[in-house]
Design a protein around this ligand. Structure first.
Ligand code: ADP
Ligand code: MG
Length: 325
């Protein structure tokens, strides 16, 4: 690749010690050892310029986000992230861009004890593909299937801020400069809920991370678990900025169906309620009970119903983000 050879580029920007691996970057394959009694959890996410992020996105935030969305999948499984690979297509090899991107990526990786153990680098439209691998005690992974009628439905953090930021950036609504700054961080630098995922093992009956919007992702739990969900609009956790704009349909749609929040949605028996509030306190993350899992009489019945304060079902037009919808 241009002045800097591909070899030099990998050596300079993507080669780091990998204490948790037998062999990291530099050979034809990396070698890792999964600890006894653990299962390997594997997930990958592809980010394409112009589709998943703005072409001129800040490279440091992009490095962070590329790993964060993958860590979020580990969180949703209750897994401990251990290793990642990074495959990049780059239009050109620009030193400062690569330095910032690698720094954003590695900073988050180190924070979670994740080793970068390999990848691939080629020329092309800016595309970032991360594969994450983690460990979870055998049989304890949190699955989408497993929600049972009677379970309470919970979400972490606040919902919809990332979508609110995107709506403002795309000029679909106005936000004050300070408000935009507050919600924009949620869009560009999401926080994967790793500690929560691990705390929920043996506690939650099902879990998913919210990448496509609450209604869509809770819908996935319902489909896999063959149940229905009823959520109370009034209970949905909203940030101070979000609360100010809830009069607008765009903001309500962001709260219910905005993607890119990377909070966790999970279900657990009501007997677990206090334990879950205890976890919220211990890890310093708000956890809110937003509704209940119900039986689903037929597949034609809606998976997710949102009820207003008066108990009546709301009309939810925007059900989530679908790249082929
Ligand atoms: P190969 O020809 O066997 O695919 P490469 O020359 O593409 O090998 O890569 C050399 C080494 O660098 C391999 O260990 C590969 O995993 C690693 N690597 C390549 N690109 C990246 C990257 N963007 N991030 C981390 N490691 C990388
Ligand atoms: Mg290669």
């Amino acid at each position: 690749m241009s002045a800097l050879s591909e070899f030099e580029l990998i050596k300079r920007y993507f080669t780091y010690p990998a204490p948790g691996a037998r062999l990291g970057v530099g050979d034809d394959a990396a070698l890792v050892r999964v600890r006894a009694g653990m299962e390997l959890a594997i997930s990958t996410d592809l980010l394409v310029a112009g589709r998943h992020f703005f072409r001129d996105a800040d490279p440091r935030q992009l490095g962070h986000k590329a790993l964060a969305v993958n860590l979020s999948d580990m969180a949703a499984m209750g897994a401990t992230p251990r290793w990642a690979t990074l495959s990049l297509a780059l239009p050109k090899a620009e030193g400062p861009w690569l330095r910032a991107f690698a720094d954003g990526f590695m900073r988050l990786a180190r924070k979670h004890g994740v080793d970068l153990i390999g990848g691939d680098t080629t020329r092309g439209t800016l595309t970032i593909c991360v594969q994450i691998m983690g460990e979870v005690p055998a049989g304890q992974a949190l699955l989408r299937a497993g929600a049972r009628p009677g379970d309470e439905i919970w979400v972490s953090g606040c919902l919809g801020d990332a979508a609110l930021a995107l709506a403002a950036l795309k000029k679909r609504m106005g936000l004050k400069r300070r408000e935009l700054a507050a919600v924009e961080r949620r869009l560009h630098a999401p926080t994967p809920r790793i500690a929560l995922g691990q705390a929920l093992r043996k506690l939650a009956n099902s879990a998913i991370d919210i990448s496509d919007g609450l209604v869509a992702d809770l819908g996935h739990i319902c489909e896999r678990s063959r149940v229905a969900a009823v959520i109370r609009f009034e209970s949905l956790p909203a940030s101070a900025v979000m609360k100010r704009y809830l009069g607008l349909p765009t903001a309500r749609a962001a709260l219910l169906a905005g993607g890119d929040d990377y909070e966790l949605c999970f279900t657990a028996e009501p007997a677990r309620h206090q334990t879950i509030l205890g976890i919220a306190h211990r890890i310093g993350l708000k956890l809110t009970c937003i509704g209940t899992v119900r039986r689903r009489p037929t597949r034609a019945a809606p998976a997710v119903t949102v009820v207003a304060r008066d108990g009546r079902p709301m009309d939810v037009k925007h059900r989530g983000f679908d790249h082929f919808g």
